[in-house]
Design a protein around this ligand. Sequence first.
Ligand code: NAD
Length: 443
Amino acid sequence: MSVICVIGTGYVGLVTGTCLADLGNTVTCIDIVQEKIDRLNKGILPIYEPGLEEMVERNVQAGRLRFTTSYPEGLENSEFIFIAVNTPTGNNQGGADMRYVESAARSIAENLDHYAIVINKSTVPVGSGDVVSRVISNNLKSPDASFSVVSNPEFLREGAALLDFQNPDRIVLGSSEPEAAHKVARLYLQLRAPFVITDLYTAEMIKYASNAFLATKISFINEIAQVCERLGADVKQVAVGMGYDKRIGHSFLDAGLGYGGSCFPKDVRALAHMADEAGLHPQMLRAVMDINHDQRRLVVTKLNNLLGSLRGTTIGILGLAFKPNTDDMREAPAVDIIHWVTSQGAHVRVYDPVAAETGREALMRENVNLQDVTFCKTSYEVADQADALVVVTEWNEFKSLNMQKIRAAMRQPILIDGRNIYEPSEMSRYGFTYRGMGRATSP
Ligand code: NAD
C-alpha cells in the first residue's frame, strides 16, 4: 500500500482521495480553503455525492484518510501526489485557467524533500504536463527532491462518482517516463480496468476529445429534436430507434435543455480555444456550443408562445442542479432560465431535492433578484398558483409526482418538460398543455 497526497478536495479530489484510501492506501488531502478542511475534519462534506459521506467516515476512522491545509504535512513521505484542483474557463477567450494548477505545482516544489510522482488529474490543456514539470523544477527548494510527472485524466461523473471510480471504463496514463506511469497503474490494479498508457500530450487530449464527443452527441440530438418538433416526429422515440444500433448506442441521446456542469461547457470551450490558437477553425465545436446555448432559450420561447408576456406570471421550476444526484450548479441551465424569465417580469417558485443552497448562491452570483424567487420545500408547493411549470432537472422524484395534484394546484395547466420525462399523451389526459423538447405534440 502507498502513501498518497491529493491536492484539492472538490468533486474529483475528495472522491479520488477517499476511494484510494478505501483501497487501503494512506491518503492526506490538502485544500487551500481552511473552512473546507475544518468542516471535513468534523465530517461535514463540501459536496453532495451519493455514498461519499459514509466512505469518508469509514476511512477517517480507520486512520487511512485525513485532511489538512498544510503542504509540508500533506507531502510528508508521499510517494504519489495527485493534483485535482479546478481549471475553470479563464479570461483568455475560452482557454482554461491554469492558475490553480500552477500554484499547486509551486507549493509542491517548495515543500517536497524526496522523490515523488506528481499526477495531474485536473483537466488541463495539452502541454500542461510540461508546464507543471517546469514550475516544479524552477521552484524546488530541497536538494533531496526529485519528481516525475504523469497525466491521469479523470472521467468520473458527478452523482455516480464512487461507482465510476471503482468501475472505470478505462484508466488513461501519460508520461514521458513510462516507468512512472506503470507505477501509477499499480495503484489502480485492483479495479481491473483496461489501461491506456501513452505520452503526456495524448493523455491530456484523450480527456478533451472524450468530453467534446459526448457534448457533440447531446447537441446533435438537440438539433434533431428541433427538426422533429417542426416536422411532427418524436425525438425520444427517434433516439431509442437510433440507439439500438451498436455503432451509435443509447447514451447521451437525451434531447432536452442541453449540457451544463463543471466539465462539458468549459472543456469544449477550452478545446476550441486550443484549436484556434493552433491556427485551426474548430467549426463543429463552435456549432456544439451554439446549439447548446440556444436549447436553454427554447424554454423561454415556449413560455412566451403559450403565455405571451411573462410580466406578472408565476413560473414553477422543478430542479436547479445541472443534472440529478448532485448539488453542482456550475453552468446549470436553471440559472439562465430563471434569469431570463425574472427579467421578463415573472415570479419564480423553485424546488430542488439537494441544490437549494448551492442554487441560491449561483442565482446570487448571476445577479438574479432573489425577491423574484421563492424557494419551496416540495414540487407541489412549486405548482401552487403557477401559470406554468418547467422541468429543468430530471430528478427521479419528479417522474413519480401525483400529476393530478400538481394540475389541481396550478393557475394554468402549462407544463414545459425540458427533459422529456413525461409521456405527452398521459399529460394531455391530465389536462395539461404539454410541451416537451422535440416531441410530437410540440408546436
Ligand atoms: P472543484 O472546484 O470542485 O475543486 C477544486 C478544489 O481545489 C477546491 O476545493 C479548491 O479550493 C482547491 N484548490 C484550488 N487551488 C488549490 C491549491 N493551490 N492547493 C490546494 N487546493 C486547491 O473542482 P472539481 O470539480 O473537483 O474539478 C477538478 C478538476 O477535475 C478540474 O480540472 C475538472 O475539469 C476535472 N474534472 C472534474 C470532473 C467533475 O465531474 N467535477 C470530472 C472529471 C474531471
